[in-house]
Design a protein around this ligand. Structure first.
Ligand code: EPZ
Length: 431
């Protein structure tokens, strides 16, 4: 198992390219199951979750290929992936594949919409809470599917096809909205999705589906209307930039000090977090090339944050922001409202000397002038990267274990940081 070794205390300087968004690429790839034609996705990040999903889609009959780098393409350009699901050869998504990545559960929507049946293992994923799928199943039922749970599998059937319907989510769910959107594109009639997730990744999925011939309005707002069509075509689509990768490196430079250009990043995808970073004392500017984030010699001001669905402060940046607050000039309160168990990084940040107390859904962080490097380990993707950020700002050596979590969601993390002046290296193999 690889480790990452960091010697902290260096400010970050330079240009750091931002890749395509993992959480947009995954549903876009899954949407390719909706059509017999070829869907070509550009700017796909090189991540283990993407590779794993290619295997899962292959299992259903999709031909999935990554094309090599084209002439003139920048070194940091993402992959181009072609996906052709001419025939669905298997409507079962087995436990061995689905248990490793929660998003793969979403194949239930295109399989059901296109073939009238799907048998999908209940999901796994990051250890951040119970993460049920009841709302996804409610959405499919509202489109006329029958749902049964058999031996750990969800068996969904709609032998005569899905029918347009009304889906009113009692709670905002990104995966529920992706599922409803994909299923409704091929349903007979009109579907209205109320209290839909407004995340940019939902709008990106809708944009691609529209290129494929779907009739969708309102994506990116809380009310989406879909007029079903009998079939969808192929399309070309470039994945939008990763706002969580953007926010992560922005937090890192706010913590270490320095000046970096997050190339290809967009402030409009992450306004809430940039507002918070400005309040903390960082300077954030949108330029033609990307987002520039700077913090000079001034201190880090403590700021209270509550995670919320988009456009609020994202839960996927909560751990990274907590790392930043451990060095603030005072006390901050960070409230997590999306997942009930997303504080696994607290005890690991404490190994670096951070002072954090949990009170229900709120972490109370008492900023310290210095952190000290230590061996650390995390149990989910964003928690792991919060430890990298902590390590970059700590004195001495930090060794981050279980790096495979990072590889699920951060492409070339150590290379990108190394180019910006960090002292960081990956050490391969077992300790
Ligand atoms: C997506 O997960 C993201 N994953 C998560 O990113 C992200 O943290 C989350 O949205 C919230 O923004 C991908 O896009 C691949 P939800 P998702 O359905 O869709 C509850 C990362 O680190 N809920 O919006 O699974 C649920 O328990 C990952 O990249 C139900 O109660 O999240 C949670 O409390 C981690 N019943 C809330 O809704 C359901 O049927 C929001 O979950 C579904 C969800």
């Amino acid at each position: 198992m690889d480790r990452i070794r960091i010697v902290g205390g260096k400010p970050l300087q330079g240009v750091l390219p931002i890749g395509g968004a993992k959480n947009a690429a995954l549903p876009l790839m899954i949407a390719s199951l909706l059509t017999r034609e070829t869907v070509t996705l550009h700017n796909v990040p090189r991540l283990s979750d993407v590779r794993q999903l290619m295997r899962i889609l292959g299992n259903h009959g999709a031909d999935a290929a990554i094309s090599g780098k084209r002439m003139g393409q920048a070194e940091d350009a993402g992959d181009t992936i072609t996906l052709s699901a001419r025939d669905i050869v298997d409507t079962t998504a087995p436990y061995e594949l689905v248990s490793r990545m929660r998003a793969s559960f979403w194949v239930i929507a295109p399989l059901l919409a296109r073939t009238g049946e799907a048998r999908v293992s209940l999901p796994g994923g990051c250890a951040i809470g119970t993460r049920p799928v009841d709302l996804l199943l409610m959405a499919l039922e509202n489109l006329g599917a029958s749902i049964e749970i058999e031996a750990g599998y969800v068996v969904a059937k709609a032998p005569k096809g899905l029918k347009g319907g009304r889906i009113d989510f009692p709670k905002v769910t990104v995966g529920g909205t992706h599922t409803a959107l994909m299923a409704a594109t091929l349903a007979d009639g009109t579907t209205v999705i109320e209290n839909a997730a407004q995340e940019p990744e939902v709008a990106d999925l809708a944009a691609c589906l529209i290129k494929m011939g779907a009739r969708i309005s309102g994506a990116g707002t809380s009310r989406i209307v879909v007029d079903g069509v009998p079939r969808l075509d192929g399309a070309h689509h470039a994945v939008l930039p990763d706002r969580i990768e953007t926010g992560t490196y922005a937090m890192a430079v706010a913590m270490t000090g320095g000046d970096i250009l997050l190339q290809g990043a967009r402030t409009d995808l992450l306004q809430s977090a940039f507002d918070v970073l400005s309040a903390v004392g960082a300077e954030v500017t949108q330029t033609e090339e990307g987002v520039r984030v700077r913090r000079d010699g001034r201190g880090i001001r403590p700021v209270d944050v509550t995670t919320e669905p988009f456009p609020g402060f994202p839960t996927d940046l909560q751990a990274q922001f907590m790392a930043l607050m451990t060095k603030a000039d005072g006390v901050s309160r960070i409230r997590e409202t999306i997942f009930e168990n997303r504080f696994m990084h607290v005890q690991e940040l404490a190994r670096l000397g951070a002072r954090i107390r949990l009170d229900g859904d709120t972490a109370i962080v008492e900023g310290m002038p210095t952190l000290k490097g230590a061996p650390v380990m995390a149990t989910d993707l964003r928690a792991s990267v919060s430890l990298v950020i902590g390590g970059l700002a700590a004195e001495g050596e930090t060794m981050v274990h279980r790096v495979y979590h990072l590889d699920r969601g951060f492409e070339a993390l150590e290379k990108k940081l190394l180019r910006c002046g960090a002292e960081i290296e990956r050490i391969s193999g077992e300790r």
